[in-house]
Design a protein around this ligand. Sequence first.
Ligand code: ADP
Length: 628
Amino acid sequence: MTGRASAASPPGAARRAWSAALALAFVLAADAAAAARRPEEPVRIGVLAQRGMEEALRAWVPTARHLGERIPSRSFAVVPLAQSELSDAARSGQVDFVITNAAHLAALGVEAGARPIATLRASDDHEYGSLFGAVVFARSERTDLATFADLRGKRFAAASRDSFGGFHLAWRELARAGIDPDTDFARLGFLGLPQDEVVYAVIAGEYDAGTVRAGLLEQLAAEEKIDLAEIRVVAPRDPPRFPYRLSTPLYPEWAIAALRTTPGALSAEVMLALLAMPRHGPAAQSGGYRGWTVPLDYEPVRELLSALRLGPYAPVTLDDLWHVARRRADWLIWGGLALAVVLGHAVWVEALVRRRTRELVAANEALRREMAERRDAEDAARRHHEALTHVSRVSLMGEMATTIAHELNQPLAAVTSYVQGCLRHLAHGAQGGALREGLEQAARQSQRAAGILESIRGFVRKAPRRVERVDVNAACVAVRDLMAAELRERSVALDLALEQAMPQVLASRIEIEQILVNLVRNAAEAIGEAGASGGRIAIATRVLPGAVEITVSDNGPGIAAGKEEEVFRTFFTTKADGLGLGLAICQSIAEAHGGSIRLERGAEGGAAFSLRLPSVAASDAGLLVAAQ
Ligand code: ADP
């Protein structure tokens, strides 16, 4: 129908609304009597208003009236709409039928399920009245332009980029020949409607070739506006008896289509009514057509749109998105909210995981640092302790010099006295037994002195002590013998209360004796300081489960209350010439043997020091005996 209508009024929103109302009113008024009998809604026919609303009404209202007459049970209303509005109305079910061109119909078939029920006859031509095509042409002397492929690199004119008959049909054939109009032409001009301008521009030599709907050239020639001899058809086609020059396949004309929601029975009634329409009746005359025929195949149109990516196959543009957004604002809002919630949740979870991971990493790092610090601290403490121990041993050594002298003085004095005794015996001519006994005693005392020295050296150098099986009772007897002379001097008695069948201990005999000597001497000194006569010291032994205990008690003044712990501290002394090392050394020796030394209150009011040492189990003792 392109170019069929002559007048076009400028469309406007207000005018459009008014026209629609007018059309409805007009049709309803025309069928007022029938409408009074039929309370239901009128059947709405949306028509493509290509040339303005008034022109559309003028063209189509008689068709609606024809339908109303043929189908008295219904009334029909014409709703003229622009293409996009008609698409919306079809999609949303606001119209029951659409009358539109082939390209739009094919698009609506995809978008709104539109199915043609009758194709319009544009002319009386029996064979081709419902078909149309396009012609591509050049000036007659351009013999170089024989096929579509020859148009590459040439200047090409068409009416409009959106025109189906005026551009798309030729474009489809150009595309088949591998030509992209936008890139493969030297110039592509869209000269606007009417299409006549394209014909004139090509004849004037402004373009090498152009395309218009088939039939226009013959029409212009009939009007004597052009001479067909000036024209040469590019890639001509010649279907038998087709009346016009042609370069493209033929496509079906406008159609009326039913929509998804249109009842089938109504579609059939409308179809029959249209097929029955007289070709030259008032409706056909007003519409500028020649009645209707059975629906033709619109698949080639759909294929064309698909190949050229037009209509429903066009790439999505921002404009489309904006339209969808406006139409589906509510969905978008809810969808957006849902998406925001999902995304928000995902982001929140992600953030949480990240934070936790960070915290974990930090915690691990802190833990590692702390462990490293602790290890360093422990190392430092150990080194410090080692250094301190060494220093304290060395300094203790210095401090002990006096004590050592004191300790050694005893055996040395004894040696001296035994040797002098022997000398005296010799001077008196003595022989044998008395001399031997004196010398043996001297030898024992010097061994003891050597033992003390060895023990002190071991203490300082950390030399491993020589452990042996020690009979505790025998050690007590030895200490009594050692101290006998000194105690006699001090008038202090020493009693032994030894338990029979004492188990042995694994120990350094010298060190155990050293402890006992120390305890006995301290007791004697305490008694001596008190100045009381009748001083008594007792050494008692007893068996404990898995241990033996040796207690040295005295009837001296005892330890002042509150000083029980202090007496074991190094350098704690109450004596004018004391060093305060004796008990500290005793304790360290006891502990080195896995034992302990404790202060208790003595039975006679004085002090009592108990040395406990782990005893050798019977089996161990047996082993020792066996090993010897
Ligand atoms: P020192 O004999 O050089 O003073 P010790 O470590 O052997 O060093 O003894 C520390 C202190 O413990 C002594 O000065 C004394 O006051 C007290 N002490 C030790 N044994 C007795 C005891 N049997 N009776 C009373 N006081 C004692």
